[in-house]
Write a protein that binds this ligand. Structure first.
Ligand SMILES: [Zn+2]
Length: 189
């Protein structure tokens, strides 16, 4: 039997640990830290944006709002310059939620697209790694994050890169535009 949320809360709320973040080179913050108190489970999770495709902004968006599109997929940047050199999101044109909801043919094509976009983002230059991630807790319409971290700055490696994106100052506009432009060009080649 899987542990219920209530059982997990009961077991964990008074036993939270503080990992040795002061020893983690990639941890973005400094100073005295303690874990935030774990709040009890909720009856039901809040609906995400665009559940069941109702009022989904991604479904309603037109192709000109995207960096690059084809018949099945659309790729977008974020509305404002990011801290990391490139952050782009890949979405299926049609409304699907989890990767496991995709029909096999589209799921197979997704594999090809993850590789193509990762390669295109890496081609921008001065990129150490392109992290490819899917969370899906905010918005239901399936979206894959491609987060490029800069090369040769060891503190920015690993999963904290997603946090460093908000810690690093935004890219200068012209660098941001040039990087996204390079991704688009690579995808069109
Ligand atoms: Zn949608």
């Amino acid at each position: 039997m899987p542990e219920t949320a209530e059982q997990l809360y009961e077991r964990a709320a008074g036993a939270l640990r503080m990992p040795p973040v002061e020893e983690w080179e990639t941890f973005p913050f400094d100073g005295e830290m303690r874990p935030r108190a774990l709040l009890p489970p909720v009856e039901r999770e809040k609906p995400r944006h665009g559940e069941d495709g109702v009022d989904c902004r991604r479904c309603a968006a037109t192709d000109d709002e995207y960096l690059w599109t084809n018949e099945r997929w659309r790729l977008t940047g974020l509305p404002e310059p990011t801290g990391l050199p490139v952050v782009v999101l890949l979405e299926p044109r049609e409304h699907f939620d989890a990767p496991g909801d995709l029909p096999d043919e589209l799921a197979a094509d997704l594999g090809v697209m993850l590789a193509r976009i990762e390669r295109a983002v890496r081609s921008v230059g001065e990129i150490g790694r392109v992290h490819v991630c899917r969370w899906g807790d905010g918005s239901e319409h399936l979206h894959w994050w491609f987060m490029a971290r800069p090369a040769r700055i060891p503190q920015l490696i690993g999963s904290f890169a997603a946090i460093w994106d908000d810690v690093l100052p935004p890219l200068p506009e012209e660098v941001w535009h040039a990087n996204l432009g390079a991704v688009k060009t690579a995808l069109e080649e």
